[in-house]
Design a protein around this ligand. Sequence first.
Ligand SMILES: NC(=O)c1ccc[n+]([C@@H]2O[C@H](COP(=O)([O-])OP(=O)(O)OC[C@H]3O[C@@H](n4cnc5c(N)ncnc54)[C@H](OP(=O)(O)O)[C@@H]3O)[C@@H](O)[C@H]2O)c1
Length: 329
Amino acid sequence: MTYHPSPDRYKNMLYRRCGNSGIKLPAVSLGLWHNFGDVDDVENYRQILRLAFDSGITHFDLANNYGPPPGSAEENFGRILKEDFSGYRDEMIISSKAGYLMWPGPYGDWGSKKYLVSSLDQSLKRMELDYVDIFYHHRPDPDTPLEETMAALDLIVRQGKALYVGVSNYPADLTVKAAAILKQLGTPCLIHQPKYSMFERWAEGGLLDVLEKGGIGCIPFSPLAQGLLTNKYLHGIPEDSRAAKPTGFLQTSHITDDKLVRIKELNELALQRGQTLAQMALAWLLKDNRVTSVLIGVSKTDQLLDSLKALDNIQFSPDELTKIENILR
Ligand SMILES: NC(=O)c1ccc[n+]([C@@H]2O[C@H](COP(=O)([O-])OP(=O)(O)OC[C@H]3O[C@@H](n4cnc5c(N)ncnc54)[C@H](OP(=O)(O)O)[C@@H]3O)[C@@H](O)[C@H]2O)c1
């Protein structure tokens, strides 16, 4: 059936300014790491994308290697963009990245200018786009001079292949250096994408301060710890869950008894707040103004509907925050 985006799509979403830039991002953004590859169900991910856009999600995050197989998420997203969203490109912020292994040989990984420029060219072809809105260096490269990687990001913007650039998985000190080089080149660092959730808090040890000081946005990835911070693993490992799948990074071994105790306690607290655990976990990140947007994944439209309701309450009382700290300690 032909898709017509909801005329009400901008009514309920909260938009937050990304650092000191001119861009606002939806408080909830959608990532296509899982569930959009060739192994996944086309109609399911089409419905997810439609619901996301209808709900005011304007930001869609990809990378060269998302799938499986690598590259297929970009191809599939590009096809649906064409079939369902043609005419709406200017309402979207589409990002891609390069930094992990994408093709064999010395030029298909890490952070050289050769790799980043070639990889983005390939991503643009796969998505059938002229440009992405944000292009990230996906992870630090210990062997390539930072100046070269940042010059590649600057070049890509000057070539018109990306409007903005960002870094992901960079520690605080390297972020300071990268941002300084980018500033000098005239292409400011728009955003940082760290792994950040109630279960993964390294960003609090300096990175968030660096981002605030530098006027750089922050978009935490895996804010639900890949599904651990939801009610789905409370009573075992569902067959259709990420942990039960042969591909992917969440293994059943990650769901330890210790984690489960905490998940249960957090779930109780969420219920007392009138939220699901997923909603509370997202709200907990969004309570901090330095967090521009939370970058979620979903395998079903119901999960997206659930997670979006986090925006109904992103305030926490001091007592609730103390209880959360005690559970996470
Ligand atoms: N920069 C990087 O290095 C990097 C790395 C990883 C991810 N990312 C980005 O971050 C995005 C999100 O990562 P993520 O998928 O790990 O995020 P996440 O939001 O922590 O986890 C998503 C998974 O949690 C489950 N889930 C989501 N909402 C739920 C709900 N309301 N109730 C129950 N279960 C729910 C689903 O798993 P099931 O499949 O079990 O249903 C879903 O696929 C990626 O798509 C990618 O764009 C970036």
